[in-house]
Design a protein around this ligand. Sequence first.
Ligand code: NAD
Length: 326
Amino acid sequence: MTGTDRKLVVCGAGGFIGGHLVKYLKDRGFAAIRAVDIKPVQDWYQTTPGVENLVLDLSEKEACYQALDGMDVVYQLAADMGGMGFIENNKALCMLSVLVNTHLLVAARDKGVKRFFYASSACVYNGEKQKDPNVTALKEEDAYPALPEDGYGWEKLFSERMCRHFEEDFGITTRVARFHNVYGPLGTFDGGREKAPAAICRKVIEAKLSGKHEIEIWGTGNQTRSFMYIDDCTVGIQSILDSDIQEPINLGSSELVTINQLVDIAEEIAGIKLQRRYNLNAPKGVNGRNSDNTKIRQYLDWEPSIRLKDGLRRTYEWIESQMLLR
Ligand code: NAD
């Protein structure tokens, strides 16, 4: 079953990626889409007309049965998560997302779901391989021996393996993508859960609006990362879902930058230069991380390609528009 007559449910649809994914699927002609999130609908980052919106706590087993009733495909993006500031300080909350993943997989088995997509993370990778800012990009096999990000990463790695065993033992087709830093408009940019690209845009805009030309950067600024624009993420999710890729696969950009370079780009968009202050006590995550895209290129003849300077401009402009509304 691959056509647009499939019935789809997006879990975590009130969130950043889930909201964009629902819109992407609707634009691609899927008629029957159910969107589920724990937040009241008015708090979702976006809603798409013609979609059934349900407010459910998917950590509850019964709610998972309700969410998956009559569905062919599940996109599982619901998780209690945020940027480094959140995941380093809320390890137990992050691990509790295991309830959502467990109950959804059990409900998927019992409801006869055909395909199950799981949003994993680059945080599953062994920390020992991410100590040097001059990173060797992470290959899928670098997740083992396991030494993932404490809390959040362990939960993701465990849930990845549940997907694998539900496929082996119960015959549900599961597909797992390891997202590397996704960014774009219509997501969190303040409040403590925001990730680096949105946080940096916000700080640059605040500096511009206040005239106080300073910025605080977490860590030394020499940490390296890659950032994937949301439009590459939604395309990648659907391609992986429809593929025969049976192993967890990287879904990320391989355009590596330092956090200082990320700030350079945001400053250029804003047309200002800021005095940088480095907060070495702030959560900063691993020293270096990039996505090795050899496998996704082999499987799909595709990889994320939207340039950071282009995606960051769109993100910056959206965050600025929101901040000017306040
Ligand atoms: P997000 O926080 O914007 O969205 C997650 C959504 O899940 C939220 O709207 C939240 O309300 C919902 N949720 C949490 N608990 C729930 C529950 N019990 N029942 C129903 N809904 C619940 O995050 P996002 O950036 O859109 O991330 C989506 C997925 O991608 C997550 O699984 C995340 O771990 C994964 N991921 C994201 C990134 C990234 O850079 N954004 C990177 C790696 C992995």
